[in-house]
Ligand binder design. Sequence first.
Ligand code: HEM
Ligand code: PLO
Length: 481
Amino acid sequence: VKLKRKRNYPKSLPSLPLIGSLLHFMGDTKPHLLFYRLQQKYGSLYSLYMGSDYVVVVNSYLHAKEVLLKKGKIFAGRPRTVTTDLLTRNAKDIAFASYSPIWKYQRKLVHSALSMFGEGSLALEKIICQEATSLCETLSAAQDSSLDMSPELTRAVTNVVCSLCFNSSYQRGDPEFEAMLKYSQGIVDTVAKQSMVDLFPWLQFLPNKELALLKKCVGMRDQFLHQKFKKHKEEFSSDSVNDLMDALLRAKLNAENNNSHILSGQRLTDDYLLMTVADIFGAGVETTTTVLKWTVLYLLHYPKVQQKIQEELDQNLGFSRHPLLSDRQHLPYLEATISEVLRIRPVSPLLIPHEALEDTTIGEYDIPKGAQIVVNLWSIHHDEKEWEKHDEFNPDRFLDEDGNRIYSPSPSFLPFGAGVRVCMGEALAKMEIFLFISWILQRFTLSIPEGQTLPEPEGKFGVVLQVPKFQVKATLREAWK
Ligand code: HEM
Ligand code: PLO
């Protein structure tokens, strides 16, 4: 990035040559909280150097909407980093790839596959309900004892995306599933968190523990992907396209035959197909599971909220049938609770960094081409001007006086981002969260096992805001005994 003279650039944090503003990052404050606090001194829009990268931090919804919506295309770039390049074979995926014809085409392919097998389709509802049944059986079996719900929630969610991506699923204790859990945790722990190798790329040439772990986990993931890919290729028939992998294979065949012009000469190689499913599979598992875990954690903290959701379920469904997607519109309190979880603990507190593709502006400030833009969703969701008692968990904010749901009581709410880079899985994630939580709460009351303390609602920063480990006791409700 070249800063020109006589421009009105955002106020800059003091920085030292080479190390940039790194001194500010010392200590163990999480970046989204640090960027939130720095507003007091520098205002809601400021800049800093991370290593040698020029970064602009956006903390208000008005600026965020300008970046994501009004100038969405100008800010649709993504910076490259050592760790994400490793994960995505040099940005051949969707999330970490910059704006390009092939990126657009990948989004289009995923979009049409999701609407074919997913969103709103009865098949998908059936798959989710099947997983919910299995989840409830496990909770039943573990009745009244202490249980870590995390692996069970993960398996339920994984099986849903696994059906979508590969038309397959896992039984409890499947070694392939256990391996997947392990490598994915390793990736979440090491990728895209602006850690040292991303700030100072030359560090990758020195021995580095985190990078070694990432490489190992990406290797395991590649093995997993390769195996799925091989099987799909062998059994492929363009007359029976059953999942995202098939849909991508078909698109590649078509592109080879005719419509390659939309890719401006770039070839849709196998790597692009693989990295596209890897994104959807990875995002599909880690984000939704994270929200489910945050929801359970908050239900333990707020038993009254849990009780109110149960009353709403009892009134609308009773006990004679299980929850369906069509019940969503009749369960405003549950929907409000989910929105409040997404507000108070955004899955992706700094989104994924954007990059300015040309010289432009945000508000009255000049932004140079190549600047990285970090949208601090945490600040937007905790803006004191927009959210009364922002730190308090209160689903009622998302309801009017009559208890009807309002989509958003403040424009300062963007859990899935917005614009050209908006999340591709919003509809899918919301269906899953709604069904899993309603199934669980129709049958069980969740509480803290005796002698244990409430888990702190503090997130661990990474590519997603991770939930601490905790145990739960699931008690079968009276009507089900
Ligand atoms: C991107 C949130 C679930 C697929 C994003 C972004 C956010 C987000 C904030 C970044 C937007 C930006 O950088 O401007 C969430 C939340 C989820 C969720 C809160 C769960 C509640 C999912 C699921 C899928 C998915 C289930 C897969 C089907 C993606 C993809 C991108 C993305 C592919 C990258 C889009 C791009 O860069 O063009 N998501 N997401 N997400 N999400 Fe999600
Ligand atoms: C999660 C770990 C997986 O092993 C790989 C993976 C792929 C896509 C990533 C996802 C991880 C984390 C959440 C991300 C998603 C793409 C979009 C999503 C970053 C790293 C969000 C919330 O932006």
